[in-house]
Design a binder for this molecule. Structure first.
Ligand code: FES
Length: 234
């Protein structure tokens, strides 16, 4: 298979045909932040945290395939500030109280906020009041933390292939719903996968908590992205 040569912030990189910028960057040890993207799921390009610039055009690196000679800007100060502002908007748009959240230390949004050194968001808090859904036997859906990435909708299916989660409404009114009948049939492992696929603490496995103590969780020891930068991959 022929190699594609391109650069990220001037660094020479190599990609395989069909790889997206995010995939190729990772293969070359370059981290590009993602939130709605999840390995193994079809990318939808909805959160825009992975925005890069190529020839003056902004594009979602998780959906854009690499082409020969492409010069990708990834860490220009204005791009980094735009990503930080997106993180801030996600924080003010929901209710994220990290110290009391079981996902703390494993939360990608929290980890991105640390990596981008978010202090006080520059936008006013909206303090939405969204209903929590705890009817499923193994899962709890805390919509106040949902960032509408739709990873659960795309990635969690029942044994017959039907989607366990669904997005209802559009735009700012979009809400995630659970099919209670399908959720009742989820095994422990499937419920755990639903919790893991959620980048925040919106989907939590019931009846287990703090199995891994605070301080020993995924992002407690090293910033998000550092594994990619070390070449280990996610
Ligand atoms: Fe690319 Fe969300 S990760 S748009």
């Amino acid at each position: 298979m022929s190699e594609i040569r391109f650069t990220i912030d001037g660094r020479p990189c190599v990609a395989r045909a069909g790889q997206t910028i995010v995939e190729a960057a990772k293969a070359n040890g370059v981290w590009i932040p993602v939130l709605c993207h999840y390995e193994g799921l079809k990318p939808v390009g909805s959160c825009r945290i992975c925005t890069v610039r190529v020839a003056g055009r902004y594009m979602a690196a998780c959906t854009q395939p690499v082409t020969e000679g492409m010069a990708v800007e990834n860490t220009a100060p204005d791009l980094e500030d735009m990503r930080k502002s997106l993180i801030e908007m996600l924080f003010v748009e929901g209710n994220h109280f990290c110290p009391s959240c079981e996902k703390s230390g494993n939360c990608e949004l929290q980890a991105l906020a640390y990596r981008y050194r978010m202090m006080v968001p520059r936008f006013p808090y909206l303090w939405p009041g969204r209903a929590l859904d705890a009817r499923a036997p193994r899962l709890m859906l805390e919509r106040n933390r949902c960032i509408q990435c739709l990873r659960c909708v795309r990635g969690i299916r029942a044994k017959d292939g039907r989607k366990v989660f669904a997005a209802v409404e559009r735009g700012p009114r979009v809400t995630i719903e659970i099919d209670q009948r399908l959720a009742a049939g989820l095994s422990d492992a499937e419920a755990r996968r639903a919790m893991d696929i959620c980048p925040v603490g919106a989907i939590l496995r019931k009846e287990t908590g703090f199995a891994v103590p605070i301080g020993k969780r995924k992002y407690d020891g090293a910033p998000i992205g550092s594994d990619v930068e070390k070449g280990a991959g996610r």
